[in-house]
Design a protein around this ligand. Structure first.
Ligand SMILES: Cc1ncc(COP(=O)(O)O)c(C=O)c1O
Length: 428
């Protein structure tokens, strides 16, 4: 990429949540390997973001690359209507064996947001015949489920950029988000808002949907495992399906293979994405139970009304299957607990720093919530200049490195975060 390419980029190419007229700086990356991103000028950055939760085993992984190469020589893409291929079989077998035994039916889709759309359709079609009044979804505030319209409609209605579309979105039910933090004391009455809403509205609720334990882009909050347990019980009592969005938390990130395991429960519908392919290609999966699948099939029109062109793309399935094979070798557990120990040792001591509001650490995720809004442009320049890739938002500096990160590199990320807190110019 030369200077002209970068000018072309700034003039013609949209980036996530960015302006065409006044975009944030874009850093040119020409390759990546392991935990390193290589800039155009040869400088290497230690990646703290795993490309938004996805690249759990690091970039350019030889086994993932080989799986892609093997598959590309067979077939890169083939329609899934009326056709099955070995990578899809292999992937779905692994997904079924890794998740709760009740989850036996898999729908493969393109992205996390699309998985949410499908899960919501499953719930609506589940009720279609016997109770078509059930059109609402119950969730909790501060959630984030993606950028497509239905996903936006269940993401935090006020506290997110989705409020831009509030006039176009269907109205759903939002309970207060949990106040009891993960690993801390349970606050009595924390479930009351959720319980009241389900009690009052169960006749019109098609499903409950939430992110288990970790609320991601809605604020990076970690809530009490008891909250999820109580949600599950209420869903059971009111016979309402529970959809869990594990698109960010799935595949070991929170220290358990799936975050619902912290509460010893299971969902009726489970959404997976992001890390499913180890961050190589876009793919998502929605798993559900026999009860839900059979009822959808018994209701009109007798099938689930969804069929993406690139459903079960063979390349994505092949690389996802190999990614799950790596996970099944169980090294991730040791890697994630090592990351947790390092994060805790070096980040918790800065709890009382004048710029820090809160420090939250769970599995291989760390969040430094600052007291002030962050100047992303300035702080990111500082991180990049010093050899680290982190992309904060609002008041949050957060990291979720690849599980393979070594102690020295992780310490470097942490040290730079701590240093950055001392510069007033990085805060607004
Ligand atoms: C919890 C959660 N759900 C859904 C999504 C949407 O996934 P995608 O960006 O792949 O559409 C995200 C993305 O950040 C997420 O964190």
């Amino acid at each position: 990429m030369n200077k002209d390419d970068l000018i072309f980029n700034s003039k013609h190419i949209w980036h996530p949540y960015d302006s065409i007229k006044n975009p944030l700086p874009c850093y040119p990356i020409i390759s990546a390997k392991g935990i390193y991103l290589t800039l155009n000028n040869g400088k290497k950055l230690i990646d703290g973001m795993s490309s938004w939760w996805a690249t759990i085993h690091g970039y350019n992984h030889p086994r993932l690359n080989q799986a892609l190469k093997n598959q590309i020589n067979r077939v890169s893409h083939i329609m899934f209507g009326g056709i099955i291929h070995p990578p899809a079989i292999s992937l779905c077998k692994k997904l079924i064996s890794m998740t709760h035994k009740k989850l036996q039916y898999v729908f493969l889709a393109d992205s996390g947001s699309v998985a949410i759309e499908i899960a919501m359709k499953m719930a609506l079609q589940y009720w279609a015949k016997e109770d078509s009044e059930k059109k609402n979804f119950l969730t909790i505030k501060s959630g984030y489920h993606g950028d497509t319209f239905s996903a936006m409609s269940i993401s935090d209605p006020k506290n997110s950029i989705h409020r831009l579309y509030r006039k176009y979105l269907p109205l759903h039910l939002f309970a207060e988000s949990p106040k009891s933090k993960f690993g801390e004391k349970w606050k009595k009455g924390d479930i009351d808002s959720f319980e009241n809403l389900i009690k009052k509205n169960f006749k019109k609720i098609a499903a409950v949907i939430l992110e288990p334990i970790v609320q991601g882009a809605g604020g990076m909050k970690f809530y009490h495992s008891k909250y999820l347990k109580k949600v599950k019980l209420l869903c059971k009592n009111y016979k309402i399906p529970l959809i869990l969005d594990e698109i960010a938390t799935g595949f070991g990130r929170t220290g358990k293979l799936f975050a619902y395991e912290h509460s010893k429960i299971f969902p009726d519908i489970l959404c997976l994405g992001k890390a499913i392919t180890g961050g190589t290609l876009t793919l998502s999966a929605v798993l559900t139970t026999k009860k839900i699948s059979e009822k959808i099939s018994n209701n009109y029109p007798g099938y689930l009304m969804h069929g993406p062109t690139f459903m079960a793309n063979p390349l994505a399935c092949a690389v996802a299957s190999e990614n799950l094979s790596i996970l099944k070798e169980n090294i991730w557990k040791k890697q994630v607990s090592k990351i947790y120990r390092i994060l805790s040792k070096y980040l918790f001591p800065i709890r009382n720093h004048y710029m820090v509001h809160d420090i939250r650490i769970l599995g291989a995720i760390a969040v430094v919530e600052c007291k002030k809004e962050i100047n992303i442009k300035k702080i990111q320049y500082f991180f990049v200049k010093n050899g680290v890739w982190i992309r904060p938002f609002k008041k949050l500096i957060y990291i979720m490195p690849a599980y393979i990160i070594d102690k020295k590199s992780l310490k470097k990320i942490i040290e730079l975060i701590i240093q950055s807190l001392n510069y007033k110019k990085f805060f607004i």
